[in-house]
Design a protein around this ligand. Structure first.
Ligand SMILES: Cc1cc2nc3c(=O)[nH]c(=O)nc-3n(C[C@H](O)[C@H](O)[C@H](O)COP(=O)(O)OP(=O)(O)OC[C@H]3O[C@@H](n4cnc5c(N)ncnc54)[C@H](O)[C@@H]3O)c2cc1C
Length: 313
């Protein structure tokens, strides 16, 4: 079976969620990867390690305009004969996957968190991660949007053949006037470890202890919505129903009550640790480990212990 995996490489680097999408595709069939822009060919060839046989690159298309990308994917589907099309559930995947599914009259599996089982049923996240859905597609072509951090990836040793691919993608439907890039070494949507804090931290001047703990663990930082709304932290750190939905291996939440809208974005985390002064805080019900205590006391102690452990090893 021929599988096409569209990957967004406009940032110039290959992200962890890209590797996951390519690996996922390789478990469905023979993978052709499609991308656009000026990402390095040698970085694309490395996708062979995740199961890609071939990478097609449209060098002339330096945009994530969903209408143009839909045309690009449609042309690549024609050229490759793919019957499964995989995206990562990022901003581009959210915009392009439904469009290409409508264009090809294909069923869409949105938010997949598993490979299909023997009867072709995919598990998906529904109701902001509060439940699972089981989706079966009956059309000849299936479009899949894969939730980041939902599958384990194994690395092989192959090298993918990188080829130029051109297609008439039509005129752009909008113009990008400026781009603000998220700063920091660890991008929140891909982070395996996350340290997050809420209004219990009292003010932005107290975030040093959150950042210290994150640094000692090699974790990304996140926050609750009110914290971003009042400008204590940047909006790209806001997790929850109206922010990012993340699925790290470890989510440490300090001074966050655990409102349902917050949980909607983090309850896919493998292990949740809650630090809160209020033993009745709702977050404790979702926690794997809970510390009833003052974040101002607990966070520095945790950081010191982690540093001590790291120094010993
Ligand atoms: C439509 C809608 C969408 C929403 N979307 C989101 C969303 O996407 N994400 C989100 O986060 N929220 C969202 N909210 C808001 C959500 O309902 C909560 O109001 C919000 O999550 C609360 O943030 P918080 O826990 O930081 O603050 P608070 O509710 O004020 O909780 C602070 C917590 O800190 C504890 N605390 C206080 N001092 C300390 C201390 N020294 N040490 C340790 N703990 C301490 C308190 O006991 C308390 O539990 C949404 C709300 C609505 C209506």
């Amino acid at each position: 079976m021929s599988v096409l995996v569209y990957i967004d490489t406009l940032s110039g680097h290959i992200s962890k969620s890209v590797n996951e999408a390519v690996y996922y595709g390789s478990k469905l069939g023979a993978v052709t990867v499609l991308t656009n822009g000026s990402v390095d060919a040698s970085a694309l060839a490395e996708l062979g390690k995740f199961g890609a046989a071939k990478v097609l690159v449209h060098r002339g298309l330096n945009t994530n305009d969903a209408v143009q990308l839909t045309r690009l994917v449609a042309e690549a589907v024609k050229a490759s004969g793919a019957t499964k099309i995989v995206f990562s559930l990022d901003l581009t995947g959210r915009a392009v996957a439904p469009r290409i599914a409508a264009h090809l009259k294909a069923g869409l599996v949105s938010g997949a968190i598993s490979l299909p089982d023997a009867s072709g049923v995919y598990k998906v996240n529904v109701f902001s991660g509060k439940a699972f859905g089981c989706v079966k597609v009956n059309s000849a072509i299936t479009v899949i949007n894969l939730t980041p951090n939902s599958i384990s990836v194994e690395t092989g040793s192959g090298t993918a053949a990188v080829e130029d691919f051109s297609a008439d993608c039509g005129a752009a439907s909008y113009t990008v006037k400026s781009v603000e890039k998220q700063e920091g070494d660890i991008l929140l949507p891909e982070a395996e470890l996350v340290v997050s804090a809420g209004r219990g931290l009292k003010g932005p001047e107290n975030w040093g202890m959150v950042e210290d703990l994150a640094k000692s663990l090699g974790a990304a930082t996140a926050c609750s919505r009110p914290v971003a709304d009042i400008g204590w932290r940047p909006h790209h750190e806001h997790v929850g129903q109206t922010g990012l939905a993340i699925r790290p291996n470890l989510y440490i939440a300090a001074g966050i009550s655990g409102a349902i809208q917050h949980l909607a974005g983090v309850n896919g985390s493998k292990v949740i640790v809650v630090i809160n002064t209020d033993p009745e805080a709702p977050f404790f019900k979702a926690a794997d480990y809970g510390v009833v205590g003052d974040a101002f006391d607990v966070l520095p102690k945790l950081t010191a212990e982690i540093k001590k452990l790291k120094a010993q090893n």
